[in-house]
Design a protein around this ligand. Structure first.
Ligand SMILES: Cc1ncc(COP(=O)(O)O)c(C=O)c1O
Length: 421
């Protein structure tokens, strides 16, 4: 069981709402820092261990600055994310560039910043070489195909578009050697939101055995193995978080057996987790706008799936708290809805909550990763602000809400005026 607590009281959140109107996402710095420290400590046995925060989860430079301060690197997947890293002074091997279907301009930027390039496909070796030039250090992404099961979010590895096959890796690293690359890394990511700690030890074993095979066959040493992201979080109260310490212990057992046991040089372990780092420490704060009674009871909020897409996209559960109504005895089953003209714009279906009324504050849990970042403007909806609850209780706005001007910024209404029909 996981107790779904809030880092603020009703009184505190009411004060915050007085200054920053709902909806907004608010992140808890204390929670993020504590988890970051715990993560690094769990893997302290591995010299050079690094977690590259998958910035796509929550692309906010304030949060990245906090995580960098804790010792994290950044995992970028696009030129915009590389620029975000650059703007906060990140350079070199504290940046991992794990991209897909990548245009030359993005590789160019990554190489310019000295980022570690993680190639998704064997054809990209030639492409990178011809268009930008190969850096000294290159990483390749492995797709283990039928060796792993994957899951609904990331897909079955054999059907997932990511990575090299096993034989392509042998061929690819040989090509890299022939082209003068001197330093090597390897990466895989085959799970998303996975709560089984043993899953990661299993993935590590597959990767470590592969490293041993490639190292021996091609006579190279790997500097690092990147185990990707995908560590799950207990969205539901009856789920339990991944025990990092136990997970690390099991990965170490495999490391000792397959890396050290095969006489290979010690190598650094990397992760590029997003969800586990910030997910549980973010909350979407909204208000009930309307209560509707038809064939079902609906609580309509002043937010919508533009603010949090996961329930509509994956049918994901997000816990809901109603500050101040914790002890209300009358419970009612609601569909908690957003304002889009889409019937799947529901934060929760058949959720039993205290009897709600217009104006009630609703807090949706676990929105700190893949929450605000997935936002979009369908139906002309605007993305909300992001706030940070600092360790001393201060609240800082770390991204303002979008305005109508932002929404119309890509349109030329003068052009429309002169446009003849
Ligand atoms: C390549 C890669 N790395 C890391 C992540 C972060 O995953 P998570 O937030 O589940 O840890 C993702 C998520 O989409 C990804 O595609």
């Amino acid at each position: 069981m996981t107790e779904k607590k809030l880092p603020f009281t009703k009184e505190v959140i009411e004060k915050i709402i007085e200054k920053y109107p709902t909806p907004f996402h608010i992140y808890d710095e204390k929670g993020i820092r504590a988890y970051a420290k715990r993560f690094l400590k769990a893997f302290s046995w591995n010299e050079g261990f690094k977690e590259y925060f998958a910035i796509k989860a929550t692309p906010n430079p304030y949060l990245m600055k906090i995580l960098r301060n804790e010792g994290f690197g950044i995992d970028c997947s696009s030129i915009a994310e590389l620029e975000l890293a650059e703007k906060i002074g990140m350079r070199g091997e504290e940046i991992m560039f794990t991209s897909n279907d990548t245009p030359a301009i993005e590789y160019q930027k990554a190489v310019e910043l000295g980022a570690i390039i993680n190639l998704d496909d064997i054809a990209h070796i030639q492409y990178l070489d011809e268009n930008v030039g190969l850096p000294e250090l290159v990483c390749c992404r492995y797709n283990p195909g039928s060796l792993k099961e994957g899951n609904a979010i990331i897909g079955h590895p054999e059907e997932a578009k990511y990575g090299f096959t096993r034989s392509q890796l042998f061929e690819g690293y040989q090509l890299l050697i022939d082209k003068g690359v001197k330093r090597f890394g390897i990466h895989t990511m085959v799970a998303s939101n996975e709560l089984d700690k043993d899953y990661f030890a299993g993935t590590a074993q597959i990767l470590f055995e592969l490293i041993a095979d490639i190292s021996k066959k091609l006579n190279i040493s790997f500097e690092f193995a990147n185990l990707g992201g995908g560590i799950g979080i207990p969205y539901k109260p009856d789920q339990i978080e991944v025990n990092l310490e136990k997970m690390s212990e099991r990965i170490k057992t495999n490391y000792d057996k397959y890396i050290l046991g095969n006489g290979l040089k010690p190598l650094k372990l990397y992760f590029e987790s997003g969800r586990a780092i910030t997910g549980p420490y973010g909350y979407l704060v909204s208000k009930v706008l309307h209560i509707k009674n038809t064939y079902k009871k609906y609580a309509g909020l002043d937010s919508c799936m533009a603010n949090l897409m996961r329930p509509a996209l994956y049918g994901s559960y997000h816990h809901i708290s109603v500050p101040g109504k914790e002890d209300v005895v009358t419970k009612i089953m609601y569909d908690v809805t957003g304002s889009l003209c889409e019937n799947n714009d529901k934060f929760a279906i058949n959720r039993v909550l205290p009897k709600l009324a217009s104006g009630d504050i609703i807090v949706i849990h676990d929105t700190g990763a893949h929450g605000h970042s997935m936002g979009f403007n369908y139906n002309g909806k605007l993305r909300s602000a992001e706030l940070l609850l600092r360790e001393d209780g201060e609240v800082v706005q770390i991204r303002r809400a979008e305005t109508m001007d932002d929404y119309f910024a890509t349109l030329d209404f003068n052009g429309v005026t002169g446009f003849k029909v």
